[in-house]
Design a protein around this ligand. Structure first.
Ligand code: AHR
Length: 497
């Protein structure tokens, strides 16, 4: 093991809270995310469920502490007319899901189903409104339908449909990827539309205020961010989105395999993942120019690894396996979000179940918790904790002439005073020894958990559900003000002091 990795934790400088909402998730009407994922039908007697929502999924997501869930898309959101999904299920119209596989959508999972499911999960809903093919009236009606208490046409309709009290939905997206599947708009045009649509979204939610999120840039499109920040005042926009996937090519079948990837594909995927740091830094710099007080949050509402679909599955369903590569990708990305906690106040991993970098895969009555699930569950100790800034000097993980930092570290102090440190080694062959200067942090003990496996391609299967799971970690030693940690190749560790 090398001893070049040095970390200093500056506990005294802790002032920013890591919003729990950066641990958010995303459930689109796409492939087997909703149907045959979260929802198995109201009359299903084989899989334990409440109103069709499977209970094993609910329990797993609660244990992971899912803070919010974005719905119904994605690209699907700008084709979705919410009134198709309310009232008696037998009478709901059937539509075609044009973005995802051209399948028939029977609208049996609609607004009530989703918002009641969020209550069951104890999570905050984040609704994505239709701007691309919907009207101002339609979006304004949706806000009224879910948030107005009484005596309005939409609140009355909700009550007729069986729900008395409003759900008080705070988080609203105003379009998705408006530059692409959301309408191929130019930023100026979208900025004007955003101003118009958001004006008619009543901004009171219970005792608080609505939180409206503008459709943001793809990757390094800083012009998009600049145009929106310049043209939309912070009184109309509480959050501005950004999407970044770790993907090697957009051609169908031309991405990397989810499990049988080469060493080069692994390196390049991690390059893409770590690019998140630079992207956030540069988008934030643009936002700082117009909003130095950081009133507008940067919302990374789609992120994750995007690979070829599993052989033999529908290419439009984006079903992929999940390996230790995804575990270190998630751990490193969350450490990056923490670092930028002042500006990044929400993020959504794409997607929760059976789609892209999922935390859960389902097959019949079985569920599989992916390595990514375990990382999010281990890291949940950082939710709403105070960030303790760290400086990290890392060894290189090299591939040919290229290199990346092998080690990523983040630390926080929770409300009970406990300090948690999350550490990731992305090097698939070399262990890393890290010396951590605790700078006066008092500790009453040291415990830890680790997620690792011999090969970066290792994953859980329906035949072996627990090949990869967190276990107790004994590779850390504490002596006075120094902590020494040895991370095995491709591993994620969370320590508690
Ligand atoms: O997450 C899958 C798709 O990726 C979403 O629908 C879209 O917003 C993005 O392009």
């Amino acid at each position: 093991a090398s001893a070049q990795n040095k970390v200093t934790i500056n506990a005294g400088d802790g002032k920013t809270v890591i919003s729990k909402h950066i641990y958010g998730h995303f459930a689109e009407h796409l492939g087997r995310s909703i149907y045959d994922g979260f929802y198995v039908g109201d009359n299903n007697t084989k899989i334990p469920n409440k109103n069709g929502v499977r209970l094993d999924v609910v329990n797993a997501l609660k244990k992971m502490k899912i803070p919010n869930l974005r719905w119904p898309g994605g690209c699907f959101a700008d084709t979705y007319h919410w009134k198709d999904g309310i009232g008696p299920k037998a009478k709901r119209p059937k539509i075609v899901n044009t973005w995802w596989g051209g399948v028939t959508e029977d609208n049996s999972f609609g607004t009530h189903d989703f918002l009641n499911m969020c209550e069951l999960l104890g999570t905050e809903p984040y609704l994505a409104g239709n701007v691309g093919s919907g009207t101002v009236q339609e979006l304004s009606d949706w806000v009224q339908y879910v948030n107005f208490e009484k005596n309005s046409p939409m609140a009355n309709l909700r009550q007729q449909n069986g729900r008395q009290a409003p759900w008080n939905v705070k988080y609203w997206g105003v379009a998705n990827e408006a530059w692409g599947c959301g309408g191929n708009m130019k930023p100026d045009y979208y900025a004007n539309l955003y101003r118009q649509y958001s004006t008619f979204m009543n901004n009171k939610v219970g005792d608080g205020k609505i939180f409206r999120i503008a459709s943001g840039a793809s990757d390094n499109d800083y012009t998009w961010t600049e145009t929106l920040m310049k043209n939309i005042p912070s009184t109309m926009m509480e959050g501005l989105a950004m999407h970044h996937y770790s993907v090697l090519s957009w051609g169908e079948g031309k991405k990397s395999s989810a499990t049988q990837f080469t060493d080069e594909e692994y390196f390049k995927t991690m390059q893409q993942a770590l690019l998140m740091d630079e992207l956030i830094e540069k988008h934030s710099a643009v936002m700082d120019k117009y909003d130095p007080e950081k009133k507008v949050a940067l919302i990374v509402d789609e992120w994750g690894g995007w690979y070829n679909v599993e052989p033999g599955t529908n290419p439009g369903f984006l079903y992929q396996q999940n390996t230790m590569r995804d575990a270190v990708l998630a751990g490193s990305t969350l450490n990056i979000f923490h670092k930028h906690a002042e500006r990044v106040r929400m993020a959504n991993l794409a997607q929760a179940i059976n789609v892209l970098q999922a935390v859960i895969l389902t097959k019949g009555d079985k569920i599989l918790l992916t390595p990514t699930y375990h990382v999010l569950e281990m890291y949940n100790v950082h939710q709403d904790a105070t960030l303790l800034p760290v400086s990290v000097k890392s060894d290189d993980f090299t591939f040919g002439k290229d290199k990346l930092p092998a080690v990523s570290v983040s630390a926080s102090r929770d409300k009970a005073g406990k300090v948690h440190i999350s550490l990731v080694n992305i090097d698939p062959t070399k262990p890393q020894e890290i010396s951590v200067d605790l700078n006066g942090i008092k500790s009453s003990g040291l415990t830890g958990r680790i997620l690792t496996s011999a090969n970066v391609r290792d994953h859980n299967t329906f035949e072996n559900l627990t090949k990869i799971k967190p276990v107790a970690f004994n590779g850390a030693k504490l002596s006075s003000d120094k902590l020494t940690v040895t991370l095995p190749p491709v591993s994620v560790v969370v320590l508690e002091l």
